[in-house]
Design a binder for this molecule. Structure first.
Ligand SMILES: Cc1ncc(COP(=O)(O)O)c(C=O)c1O
Length: 338
């Protein structure tokens, strides 16, 4: 199967499995797991923050961040197509007790004027706004890399207003690779950043939340509250260290293949909706073509991808997809469309 459904389908490579087997471990709730500590420190350094906290998933990392920055009844500014708002089971409202207020970005990026328009004045009728979240890369718009000067300008304005800033950087290493900068540069405007080990970096499980030492100390308590305190988690962290040291260095290959695939699909008459800056391609079908029917036929030919809806398909590149796989996937689709 040529699996283009998501970069989350990636299985740990052999060397990563060996690192898992060799991991030195301890009880991480007692903060005695040396491998977890190594991962948390390495992640914090790569992202330019003081400290890190391993979480079971990206959803948990984002939720821990929300619970740490804000209090129940606060308003949080989220981008309208963000993962936190749309795909995290409503945890911001249900678990953190926050009131989401939405701002519609352009490929995920919103400016200070847009932010100003949704901020409420200080008045007893309104909930206090305490937090602004952004997402880089922005999944729904096809793995777009946020426009960094605009991010900086919006963040400076948020800071003037006394707001905290959290980045859902599930794919921040893809963003950094595409922008050809260190991830720390993209994370600089934010108080906290969550990134995932288990997507394009191919670890079997885990995300890391980074921020100041004080923030992470508080976040550790929020993680415990969610049942996220893990014991000999060094087996997870060892995979994470390999992900950071090895897998994060090869993401531009996925981006190159994504552009090749997008060009070939355009050549078949399909409409690619995004600029394909990283590893995600959004396709919109025209005429009578149904995403469900097309994907069913493609799957019978050995290629899996996910529909966004009846007319939209998402394809995601990752380290298990080779140049030959791209060629084979295009050939199979050409036959179906032909
Ligand atoms: C942008 C973004 N944030 C957060 C998450 C959540 O990560 P997880 O699936 O590990 O909970 C995802 C997952 O796809 C994502 O794409």
């Amino acid at each position: 199967m040529i699996d283009l459904r998501s970069d989350t389908v990636t299985k740990p490579p052999l060397a990563m499995r060996e690192a898992i087997a060799a991991a030195e471990v301890g009880d991480d709730v007692f903060e005695e797991d040396p491998t977890v500590q190594r991962l948390e420190q390495a992640a914090a350094e790569r992202l330019g923050k003081e400290a890190g906290l391993l979480t079971a998933s990206g959803t948990m990392g984002n939720l821990v961040a929300l619970l740490t920055h804000a209090s129940p009844g606060d308003e949080v500014i989220l981008e309208a197509d963000s993962h936190i708002f749309n795909y995290e089971a409503g945890g911001a409202a249900r678990v953190a007790g926050l009131m989401p207020r939405l701002v519609s970005g352009r490929r995920g990026t919103f400016d200070s004027k847009q932010l100003a328009a949704v901020l409420r004045p200080d008045n007893i009728h309104f909930p206090p706004t305490t937090l602004v979240c952004m997402e880089n890369t922005h999944n729904a718009s096809g793995g777009s890399v946020l426009d960094q000067p605009t991010v900086q300008e919006t963040a400076a304005y948020a800071r003037e207003r006394g707001l905290a800033l959290h980045l859902d950087g599930a794919r921040i290493f893809n963003a950094a690779a595409a922008a050809d900068v260190e991830p720390a540069e993209l994370c600089e405007p934010f108080d906290s950043v969550m990134f995932c080990l288990s997507k394009g970096l191919a670890a079997p499980v885990g995300s890391v939340l980074v921020g100041s030492r004080g923030f992470i100390q508080k976040a550790r308590q929020r993680r415990k509250l969610l049942g996220g305190g893990m014991r000999q988690a060094g087996v997870i962290a060892a995979a994470g260290i390999y992900a950071l040291e090895v897998m994060a260095k090869r993401l531009t290959e996925d981006h190159r293949r994504a552009r090749c695939l997008a060009d070939a699909l355009t050549g078949l008459g399909l409409t690619v909706m995004n600029e394909v800056a990283t590893n995600i391609i959004n396709i919109r079908l025209s005429g009578d073509l149904s995403a469900y029917a097309l994907l069913s036929a493609w799957r019978s030919a050995g290629v899996a991808a996910l529909p966004r809806d009846e007319k939209n398909i998402r394809l995601v590149l990752h380290y298990e997809i080779s140049d030959d796989d791209v060629t084979a996937a295009v050939a199979a689709l050409a036959q179906i469309l032909g």
